[in-house]
Design a protein around this ligand. Structure first.
Ligand SMILES: Cc1cc2nc3c(=O)[nH]c(=O)nc-3n(C[C@H](O)[C@H](O)[C@H](O)COP(=O)(O)O)c2cc1C
Length: 206
């Protein structure tokens, strides 16, 4: 599919056909695209825990959600996803990489980092997986694990303590779902977000 079409068609999908697994070649492609994401210093500090077995997904949901809310429409929908890809970032990989001779930050100090690029890069990898899903005729959703449930999720999946759970890509064949209420906000236009030459100068003034 043409890139512009993929970008425009992408939307977060919150209900899936539970009987149609993600084809192996699509999943493989999504993961191969993920590792093509850019990363600071080519640190590649990311890991992806892929849950395609029902028991593994159940363990994830049990660890991350409240059993007391079985009627949660969001959860009922997203739980139908036949594949979950838990995206983890690895701060240590960046601190070590930037202490190498060509970078030279030998103190491995975190204070040097203006923002956590480990999370940024992992997010870019997640977007490539979402776009791959659309390109292959599937859908996806990126969602987060709540702060209170992070430790339980980590234990359920065996994720080491030095990794951060940046978010989860759900993937599968879309079925009709409810539009997110957030979309009522409307998309911010280019004149609100793009500044020509200097902050505050509208893009359309050029
Ligand atoms: C970092 C991040 C976290 C998100 N977390 C959730 C979430 O927990 N649950 C959910 O349903 N959607 C989540 N979304 C999806 C957004 O609601 C969605 O991207 C936004 O409403 C725009 O809709 P669209 O992506 O379908 O165009 C998240 C998106 C991002 C980028």
């Amino acid at each position: 599919m043409e890139l512009a079409r993929v970008v425009r068609r992408r939307r977060m999908v919150r209900a899936y056909d539970p009987d149609r697994p993600v084809p192996g070649d699509v999943l493989q492609q999504a993961l191969e695209h993920a590792i093509r994401a850019p990363s600071a210093g080519f640190s590649q500090g990311w890991d992806f825990v892929v849950l395609t077995e029902a028991a593994d997904r159940e363990a994830f949901w049990a660890a991350t959600t409240e059993p007391a809310q079985p009627a949660d429409a969001w959860l009922l929908g997203v739980r139908t996803a036949p594949c979950l890809i838990v995206c983890c970032s690895d701060k240590g990989a960046y601190l070590r990489r930037y202490a190498e001779p060509d970078k030279g930050w030998t103190d491995q100090g975190e204070a040097r980092w203006p923002i956590p690029y480990w999370d940024v890069d992992t997010g870019m990898a997640a977007l490539l997986m979402l776009l791959t899903a659309v390109d292959e005729g599937l859908g996806g959703l990126f969602f987060g694990v709540s702060a209170e449930r992070t430790q339980q999720a980590r234990s359920a999946l065996g994720v080491p303590d030095d990794r951060r759970l940046v978010g989860v890509v759900a993937m599968g064949y879309a079925v009709p779902d409810r539009r997110s209420a957030s979309l009522r906000r409307g998309r911010r236009g280019l004149d609100q977000v793009a500044h020509r030459g200097r902050f505050g100068v509208p893009w359309s003034s050029g």
